[in-house]
Ligand binder design. Structure first.
Ligand SMILES: Nc1ncnc2c1ncn2[C@@H]1O[C@H](COP(=O)(O)OP(=O)(O)OP(=O)(O)O)[C@@H](O)[C@H]1O
Length: 448
């Protein structure tokens, strides 16, 4: 059902009726307007999904032309809005005309708050369902199963993954933590001709250096103290399938040479072994680090970099994916409702504003975790900013500090330029009209 804070705009020139209506819709956040100009201003500013519109508006309060003009302009501006027109006693002709022009429903004066309330509640429900449906339709465009997105940049990423899946090319997925690199690697594997074979993931940052070699390449019996049995490594386990090397930037230099040899020759030697073992493995790597900067610092081999990045895909951060925060948030609510036997009905509008304002440094993983917590902890029917442990934006004073406002705008523009140019610093600098060193300064300043 509709939220306590769903916005309802009442367009009515009679102050008495306006006040009466304000108090009968307690469950909505009621906005008021007395004429066409102020009504359109409210629509532009607040995008209310629900509107009651008196057709008799000034300067033509006894006729309906101003009311109809207002209806037309509202629907041109926000076609999804559910407008309930309020007409004079039994003015059936104008009521039908209004519905014909796109109003959701009509209601005759004098006003009965219970009856009008029922119509508004029904309109709210229809609006909510239409929104959900629209999102589902957009989701159908996502070419990869399990990857939810409606943002054009991410849909591009999905299409690239889909295109490279049938080949044997080594793919490097670049993106901040929690952006879905492993999820995409698994989808790539599922779409590839190797889908019936194993997908083996190794996190190069999570395994101590001295164990990583034997983890990847395996070892012979007696190769080192404690090597009581011959043990194949993860590369051998991935034979005929896909090996996913997460956090490849953390691979120690000594192992980089050995991995390069494997990628060039497609053979491995176990630790302590002499025999060359041929393996047929498709490799996908992922990193959140700037490997080119690591190469410059001598921490990553450039020859290995070129080997692993036959195809390089940059995954945009969540904050740059238009519309995805709410889309994923709604999906996670349903998911965790099922998992925890709860029945939360969406978010309050404050929660939506808070999610939209949050920068999501932990990307989709952070969003998922916050919603999981909220679903478990929420006491009301809807999730609030407090449940998400986010600050309530509506309580905040608007930020007038010019430096902060400028910084935020600068960060957003730089991010957008990088995302638009797929991470190409020179082209991003060109787009922004700054030099390359300035672009690097910006990236350092905002940790991009
Ligand atoms: N587009 C998406 N749709 C649905 N779930 C997603 C999406 N992207 C990420 N997730 C979920 O978010 C979580 C984090 O994703 P994943 O582990 O793939 O990120 P990652 O980039 O590999 O992170 P890290 O760099 O920290 O290893 C997972 O639970 C994953 O299922």
């Amino acid at each position: 059902m509709a939220a306590e804070t769903t916005k309802l705009l009442v367009v009515e020139d009679d102050p008495g009726i306006r006040n009466q209506l304000r108090w009968c819709f307690e469950r909505y956040q009621v906005l008021l307007a007395g004429d066409r100009t102020s009504a359109l201003e409210q629509v532009r500013r607040h995008r209310p999904p629900l509107i009651t519109l008196d057709l008799g508006l000034p300067p033509d309060a006894d006729a309906t032309s101003e009311g109809f003009a207002t209806l037309d302009e509202i629907l041109a501006l926000a076609p999804d809005t559910k407008v309930v027109v309020v007409t004079g006693n039994n003015d059936r002709e104008n009521a039908v005309r209004a519905v014909g022009r796109g109003a959701y429903d009509f209601y005759y004066k004098p006003i009965d708050p219970v009856l009008l309330g029922t119509i508004i509640n029904r309109a709210a429900r229809v609006h909510e369902l239409e929104q959900a449906n629209r999102q589902l339709m957009r989701l159908k465009d996502s070419p990869l199963d399990g990857v939810l997105t409606a943002s054009p940049q991410m849909l591009d990423v999905c299409r690239t993954i889909e295109k490279v899946a049938p080949s044997t090319a080594t793919v490097l997925l670049k993106g901040e933590t929690g952006t879905g690199k492993e999820l995409l690697a698994r989808s790539l594997h599922r779409q590839s001709p190797r889908s019936a074979e194993p997908f083996i993931a190794v996190n190069c940052a999570a395994i101590p250096e001295n164990l990583l070699e034997s983890e990847l390449f395996g070892h012979e019996r007696g190769a080192f103290t404690g090597a009581v049995r011959q043990t194949p490594g993860k590369i051998e386990y991935a034979n005929k399938g896909t090996l996913f090397l997460d956090e490849i930037g953390d691979l120690p230099l000594s192992l980089q040479a050995k991995l390069l040899r494997f990628l060039q020759e497609r053979t491995i030697e176990r630790v302590g072994g002499r025999r060359e073992i041929t393996v047929d493995v498709r490799v996908i790597c992922a990193t959140h680090q700037d490997l080119e900067a690591k190469i410059e610092r001598g921490e990553f081999r450039s020859d290995l970099y070129y080997r692993i990045s036959e195809i390089s895909v940059r995954i945009p951060p969540l904050s740059m994916r238009q519309g995805d925060v709410l889309l994923l948030a709604r999906f996670f609510i349903e998911h965790f409702n099922d998992e925890h036997g709860r029945n939360l009905k969406g978010f309050t509008s404050e929660a939506i504003a808070a999610m939209e304002a949050h920068p999501w440094p932990g990307n989709v993983r952070e969003l998922r975790n916050r919603i999981k917590r909220a679903v478990i902890m929420a006491e009301g029917r809807q999730i609030t900013p407090k449940d998400l442990e986010l600050s309530d934006e509506s309580l905040k004073e608007p930020n007038f500090n010019l430096r902060e406002v400028r910084d935020r705008a600068e960060r957003e523009a730089a991010l957008r330029a990088l995302s638009r140019t797929n991470g190409n610093v020179a082209r991003a600098a060109e787009l922004l009209g700054v030099s390359r060193p300035t672009m690097y300064d910006l990236m350092r300043k905002y940790n991009l």
